[in-house]
Design a binder for this molecule. Structure first.
Ligand code: CP3
Length: 342
């Protein structure tokens, strides 16, 4: 078993820096389009365990990343409580929320198993095939999931969810608690199916005021991590955010790793956490599109800044669809050829 990622998550520095990329399976790969073209919708594909298995393994076979991430989407949870989710080309996800927003209290408290089982079945299949590398499971954090649910079609400044939360704090608390429970369930189910670590995506956590952030983000992530760890004390947890301004200095009590967007300095976070937590990130995805000497220089800078910390190389956000595959090969080669002192 390649243990590079698990070692760093368990606070062990390795000679080689591990690497995987958010959205490593996806539109920049021609192999992905071949599978996708067989389906009428993206959501339908996420519920086909054979397609999920195949797509998850495509980037591992091609680029030899140090971990696979189960191919799915954070919005599967909304679909699994029977809220209609559609991916409209050029528009992104659109969620049908008008009726359910009127009857929030009637939202299902359980994941519809027909919708989530294919994901768990794919995890089992992948674990049989991928015996030498870890598999990552994931979910959104409650605030990020709520942004899609409440906004329907997301606004740039998240004005709808912010207005909703200020005006309807009772309902907002209800939604956040419900989503926390569903997320914990989904993560536990993925662990039971066989994933080796989990990542919680709080992509939209950067636009809240201080108190909102405390209530809807930090407190919830802590709660989810505790619920998961009560059952599975040793499961490593990575938390992705674009905001570390309000993050708890004791985060390493419930998380193993913080995954940083490119707008945050890894070096400053390393100093802030006094080297007590693993970090992941944070090359700008646009530099991976650009390639060439600019990309290599920045990759080396990140690697040198983090050479004495537990660290997993990644992007600051997901791979962009226009990314040339040659640049991905070059990134992996550059990371792998950098050696750290152990
Ligand atoms: O990382 C991986 O390879 C695993 C797969 C994965 C997808 N989505 C596949 C996907 C993961 C981890 C996600 C997480 C996700 N989904 C997040 C959190 C991380 C992030 O990127 O911020 C968010 C916010 C979503 C919601 C979402 N899903 C959006 C906004 C979109 C459309 C816009 C876009 O970036 O493509 C999706 C669709 C989606 N999810 C695609 C893929 C490969 C593209 C579907 C397609 O058109 O082929």
């Amino acid at each position: 078993m390649n243990k590079l990622i698990l070692d760093n998550l368990n606070y062990k520095i390795t000679e080689e820096t591990p690497v995987w990329l958010m959205r490593q399976a996806g539109r920049y790969m021609k192999e992905y389009h071949i599978v996708k073209n067989k389906f009428n919708s993206f959501m339908e594909m996420c519920k086909n365990s054979d397609a999920v298995t195949e797509i998850t393994l495509q980037p591992i076979k091609k680029f030899d990343f140090d971990a696979a991430i189960i191919f799915s989407d954070i919005l599967l949870i909304l679909d699994a409580i029977d809220i209609k989710v559609e991916f409209i080309p050029g528009k992104g996800p659109v969620i049908e929320n008008l009726e359910s927003l009127k009857t929030i209290k009637l939202l299902s408290r359980e994941l519809n198993s027909d919708k989530v089982k294919p994901c768990y079945k794919a995890i089992k299949n992948i674990k049989k095939e991928l015996t030498d590398k870890p598999l990552i499971g994931f979910s959104a954090a409650p605030w990020t999931l709520a942004t899609y649910y409440i906004e329907g079609n997301i606004t740039k400044d998240l004005s709808r969810i912010k207005s909703f939360s200020y005006k309807n704090s009772k309902e907002m608390n209800f939604i956040i608690d419900l989503f926390s429970d569903l997320i914990s369930q989904h993560l536990i189910n993925q662990i039971e199916a066989g994933v080796d670590l989990i990542q919680i995506f709080d992509t939209h956590s950067y636009q809240m005021d201080f108190y909102m952030h405390h209530n809807y983000s930090t407190r919830q992530v802590k709660k989810i991590a505790k619920t998961v760890r009560e059952k599975y004390p040793n499961i490593p947890i990575i938390y992705y955010s674009k905001n570390f301004q309000f993050l708890d200095k004791e985060a390493n009590n419930y998380l193993n790793c913080l995954s940083l967007n490119s707008n945050i300095s890894l070096k400053e976070q390393k100093e802030y956490f006094e080297g007590n937590i693993c970090l992941q990130g944070n090359l700008d995805p646009y530099l991976l599109v650009e390639g060439g000497e600019y990309m290599i220089k920045e990759i080396k800078k990140i690697l040198s800044e983090m050479k004495d910390n537990f660290f997993i190389f990644n992007l600051g956000h997901g791979i962009l669809p226009q990314t040339p595959v040659e640049n991905v090969f070059k990134l992996v080669e550059t990371v792998k050829s950098f050696k750290r002192k152990v």
